[in-house]
Ligand binder design. Structure first.
Ligand code: KIV
Length: 266
């Protein structure tokens, strides 16, 4: 018997039961099917596809058409996991444009929730989307769509004032109706503090083990890619030997609180 499909309320219930949420990216049907079978709870079609699949230097060139196409591919391979898709760079400058573009991800791509980057500056957009019945996941900390502004893939929220601002942003997104929040590359203590302060689940990537769940880019977990591996990444393929086992090992490590370890945290 297959287990029931994951919904937005179920994610909230998982947080209240203290169950860790397992999230991974996928960009095509066969990997989506493999993740789904391994019990991944949320499959994220990230705009990281611009880097991982298309070979760009940043996520900035990823288009909405690219996102819709890959989300539709992933939907065909997904049965149980909740399907989350990124609104790419400059597709949500106003609430109306955000709603039109999110509607494409949902109607054409079959996404069940959309993710957008930013804090208080996006609260009105989140409120508007949620008012239209569109579930929203926020994204705080290191914002890849703001890479030119940030000046590099650097840890965020290290200073007290910056940490306080991130906590306030998280509360504002929750208040605006976000149902999920991703926090990227922040000190583990701040990840823990944000997860404790919020009722909605907080999913970390380089944000410590205190978050309510974890997300990684699939290809990082499989040890693929060139150059220096970011500190928060673990190559699960090195020990597992095959792709389904590596994904199951990641899911188990997240659920048991063994990943991320201190060596993967800031
Ligand atoms: O685009 C993406 O894959 C993401 C994750 C890194 C969280 O946003």
């Amino acid at each position: 018997m297959t287990s029931p499909a994951i919904t937005v309320p179920e994610l909230a219930a998982m947080k209240s039961r203290g169950e860790k949420i397992v999230v991974l990216t996928a960009y095509d049907a066969i990997f989506a099917h493999t993740l789904d079978n391994a019990g991944v709870d949320v499959i994220l079609v990230g705009d990281s596809l611009g880097m991982v699949i298309q070979g760009h230097e940043t996520t900035l060139p990823t288009s909405l058409d690219d996102m819709v196409y890959h989300t539709r591919c992933v939907a065909r391979g997904t049965q149980r996991a909740l399907l989350l898709a990124d609104l790419p760079f400059m597709t949500y400058p106003t609430p109306e444009r955000a709603a039109e573009n999110a509607a494409r991800l949902i109607r054409e791509g079959h996404a069940q929730m959309v993710k957008l980057e930013g804090g208080r500056n996006r609260a009105d957009i989140v409120r508007f989307l949620v008012g239209q019945g569109i579930p929203v996941c926020g994204h705080l900390g290191l914002l890849p769509q703001s890479i030119n502004h940030l000046g590099g893939y650097l840890v965020q929220g290290r200073e007290d004032r910056a940490a306080q601002a991130l906590l306030e942003d998280a509360l504002l997104l929750q208040e605006a109706g976000a149902g999920l929040l991703v926090v990227e590359c922040i000190p583990a203590a701040l990840g823990d503090e944000i997860a404790s302060a919020l009722d909605i689940p907080v999913i970390g990537i380089g944000a410590g083990v205190g978050c309510d769940g974890q997300v990684l880019v699939l290809h990082d977990l499989l040890g693929l890619g060139e150059g220096k591996r970011p500190r928060f990444v673990k190559d699960f393929m090195a020990e597992a030997g095959d792709i389904p086992s590596a994904i199951r090992a990641y899911a188990l490590a997240v659920r048991s609180g063994r990943f991320p370890a201190e060596e993967h945290s800031f």
